[in-house]
Design a protein around this ligand. Structure first.
Ligand code: NAI
Length: 243
């Protein structure tokens, strides 16, 4: 145990769940947050880490709920040392056919949610004079992708937010970094057809799909002591898809 407390959003499955597992194995106590209460509670039961992992139902789009849940986590665990902003959604479509709500929902969860969660932990982290904020961006936030303008804009926004927050908080002992995954095998990408997968893999020099654990190891590194002089960085975990 290193005694530190990590909060992971969207942690009931996929990359968030892998981050929660890796942090737990790294000695952190983990607040597992997700909008999906049934899946989140089941996941925490499976972890079997009595006391060291707790589930909190959290919709990151809801600023009031974010504030309340972060306060509850600090009350329950005594601090919040690491925040992993992982909750994210896609609502794909070409811009010419995109509905206003498709655009808005993706920005609300991926970008506003990241902002609300970061804002809610900044004061406790400033008081502790240390903290780590790690935002999950995406390779397509760096490259763009046809059919994902809403998602790419939200993830590019996350990178801009990361760099600005890094500058604001560096003198307070808080680092802020992003991890930009490439094509990772989760429920989010399971929707893609076989043809789209093959097409995508053609552009990935390391000839396999990424696994949630590949992303989780990057997060674990950025959360740890070894990364204390790294801030405002975007760490690519994309098999070389974008360099
Ligand atoms: P996933 O769809 O497997 O899991 C996302 C989790 O977020 C789910 O448990 C879901 O219930 C939760 N969630 C959704 N809306 C929420 C909300 N409003 N509040 C709280 N929780 C919410 O997704 P995956 O693949 O694990 O992705 C995780 C993150 O990684 C996302 O930010 C995604 O954009 C990013 N990413 C994923 C890539 C991939 O290839 N899978 C590639 C690049 C980035």
């Amino acid at each position: 145990m290193n005694g530190k407390v990590a909060v992971v959003t969207g942690a009931a499955r996929g990359i968030g769940a892998a981050c929660a597992r890796a942090l737990l194995a790294g000695g952190y106590r983990v607040a597992v947050c997700d909008i999906d209460a049934a899946a989140g509670e089941k996941f925490v039961r499976e972890l079997g880490a009595t006391g060291d992992a707790r589930f909190y139902v959290l919709n990151v789009m809801d600023a009031g709920q974010v504030e309340a849940v972060m306060k509850q986590i600090v009350a329950d665990f005594g601090s919040v040392d690491v925040l992993v902003n992982n909750a994210g959604i896609t609502r794909d479509g070409l811009v010419m056919r995109m509905k206003a709500e498709q655009w808005q929902q993706v920005l609300d969860v991926n970008l506003n949610g990241t902002y609300y969660c970061a804002q809610a932990v900044v004061m406790p982290m400033i008081k502790q004079r240390q903290g780590r904020i790690i935002n999950i961006a995406s390779v397509v936030g760096q490259m763009g992708n046809a059919g994902q303008a809403n998602y790419c804009a939200s993830k590019a926004g996350v990178i801009g937010l990361t760099k600005s927050l890094a500058r604001e908080l560096a003198s307070r002992g808080i680092t802020v970094n992003a991890v930009a995954p490439g094509f990772i095998e989760t429920d989010m990408t399971a929707k893609l057809g076989e043809k789209a997968r093959e097409e995508l893999l053609r552009n990935v020099p390391i000839p396999r799909l990424g696994q949630p654990e590949d992303v989780a190891q990057a997060v674990l590194f950025l959360a740890g002591e070894g990364a204390s002089y790294i801030t405002g960085h975007v760490l690519n975990v994309n098999g070389g898809m974008y360099m």
